[in-house]
Design a protein around this ligand. Structure first.
Ligand code: FES
Ligand code: FES
Length: 182
């Protein structure tokens, strides 16, 4: 893996840091559903991805075409310093939201169990992802689940939804139709 040019980073090379996290997606014929998993790319054998779609952080967002909402929240919460671990955290959050658009705080924390950060500390990272949960948002009164800006101005909205309900669905990669035949 060329660690300088790819979004996915190799840290330990032994399954211990999560910086190489990517999402794999599988089509389940029985119930016509997609399921998504995170794996450590440094350990996952190439032969095991037969029939599966792989999404790396390049498929989630970038500065040229626009950051994904998960990435924006990390920036807003100052949840990175060197950024080496960031693609792994982003992919863990992305896979979690694909399977579960309204995660609880516990589910968010469990999703990051395999991701290590050596320089930022976990508080700002958790603050960024806390905004995806029903329970919390570091944006306080600016929280998008409390206020929504439309052409008519800023209005208070229901707080029943988590912030993740505002994520732009057009940024979700399409599952390759040819893989549904496997
Ligand atoms: Fe550390 Fe893969 S590089 S888990
Ligand atoms: Fe440097 Fe996490 S931001 S390792």
């Amino acid at each position: 893996m060329n660690v300088l040019k790819t979004g996915t980073k190799e840290g330990c090379g032994h399954g211990g840091c999560g910086s190489c996290t990517v999402m794999i997606s599988k089509y389940i014929h029985d119930n016509d559903q997609l399921v998504h998993y995170t794996v450590n790319a440094c350990l996952f054998p190439l032969c095991a991805v037969h029939g599966l779609a792989i999404t790396t952080v390049e498929g989630v967002g970038n500065p040229n075409t626009g950051l994904h909402d998960i990435q924006k929240r990390m920036v807003q919460s100052h949840a990175l310093q060197c950024g080496y671990c960031t693609p792994g955290f982003v992919m863990s959050a992305f896979a979690l939201l694909r399977n579960n658009p309204n995660p609880t705080r516990d589910e968010v924390e469990r999703a990051f169990e395999g991701n290590l950060c050596r320089c930022t500390g976990y508080r700002p990272i958790l603050a960024a992802f806390d905004s995806l949960t029903k329970e919390g948002c570091p944006m306080g009164e600016q929280c998008c689940k409390k206020f929504q800006t439309t052409e008519q101005g800023t209005q208070e909205v229901s707080s029943d939804n988590s912030c993740s309900s505002n994520i732009d669905s057009t940024q979700v990669p399409i599952f390759p139709p040819e893989l549904k035949t496997h």
